[in-house]
Design a protein. Sequence first.
Length: 70
Amino acid sequence: MFEVKCPIPAKVLEIHVNAGDVVAADTVVVTIESMKMEMPVEAGMAGTVSAVSTEVAATVQKGEVLIVIG
Protein backbone atom coordinates (compact mmCIF):
# COMPACT_ATOMS: atom_id res chain seq x y z
CA MET A 1 0.00 0.00 0.00
CA PHE A 2 1.15 3.50 -0.82
CA GLU A 3 -0.44 6.59 0.71
CA VAL A 4 -0.59 9.86 -1.23
CA LYS A 5 -0.32 12.51 1.48
CA CYS A 6 -1.06 16.20 1.40
CA PRO A 7 2.21 18.16 1.13
CA ILE A 8 0.90 21.35 2.83
CA PRO A 9 -2.20 22.54 4.71
CA ALA A 10 -4.79 23.17 2.01
CA LYS A 11 -8.36 22.87 0.71
CA VAL A 12 -9.29 20.07 -1.70
CA LEU A 13 -10.52 21.56 -5.00
CA GLU A 14 -10.85 18.46 -7.19
CA ILE A 15 -10.46 14.70 -6.91
CA HIS A 16 -9.49 13.23 -10.26
CA VAL A 17 -9.68 9.49 -9.45
CA ASN A 18 -12.04 6.96 -7.93
CA ALA A 19 -11.43 3.67 -6.15
CA GLY A 20 -10.55 1.05 -8.76
CA ASP A 21 -8.87 3.47 -11.19
CA VAL A 22 -5.43 2.49 -12.49
CA VAL A 23 -2.91 5.33 -12.27
CA ALA A 24 0.67 6.00 -13.40
CA ALA A 25 3.22 7.55 -11.04
CA ASP A 26 2.77 11.00 -12.63
CA THR A 27 -1.05 10.96 -12.68
CA VAL A 28 -2.58 13.98 -10.95
CA VAL A 29 -4.96 12.47 -8.40
CA VAL A 30 -6.03 15.55 -6.43
CA THR A 31 -5.86 19.32 -6.90
CA ILE A 32 -5.47 21.37 -3.73
CA GLU A 33 -5.46 25.10 -3.02
CA SER A 34 -3.28 26.87 -0.51
CA MET A 35 -2.80 30.62 -0.18
CA LYS A 36 -4.81 31.24 -3.38
CA MET A 37 -2.54 28.93 -5.42
CA GLU A 38 -3.65 25.65 -6.99
CA MET A 39 -1.31 22.68 -6.69
CA PRO A 40 -1.62 19.29 -8.38
CA VAL A 41 -0.84 16.26 -6.23
CA GLU A 42 0.52 13.28 -8.19
CA ALA A 43 0.12 9.59 -7.41
CA GLY A 44 3.83 9.02 -6.78
CA MET A 45 3.67 5.39 -7.90
CA ALA A 46 1.80 3.31 -10.45
CA GLY A 47 -1.02 1.10 -9.24
CA THR A 48 -4.73 0.83 -8.57
CA VAL A 49 -6.51 3.32 -6.33
CA SER A 50 -7.88 1.35 -3.38
CA ALA A 51 -9.36 4.26 -1.40
CA VAL A 52 -10.12 7.97 -1.64
CA SER A 53 -9.73 9.37 1.87
CA THR A 54 -10.92 12.93 1.33
CA GLU A 55 -13.69 14.90 -0.34
CA VAL A 56 -14.02 18.09 -2.36
CA ALA A 57 -13.99 21.26 -0.20
CA ALA A 58 -12.35 19.45 2.73
CA THR A 59 -9.65 21.25 4.66
CA VAL A 60 -6.63 18.97 4.94
CA GLN A 61 -3.43 19.18 6.92
CA LYS A 62 0.16 18.44 5.91
CA GLY A 63 0.69 14.68 5.98
CA GLU A 64 -3.00 13.80 5.83
CA VAL A 65 -3.75 10.82 3.58
CA LEU A 66 -5.66 11.79 0.45
CA ILE A 67 -5.50 8.65 -1.70
CA VAL A 68 -4.40 5.06 -1.05
CA ILE A 69 -2.84 3.08 -3.90
CA GLY A 70 -2.66 -0.65 -3.39
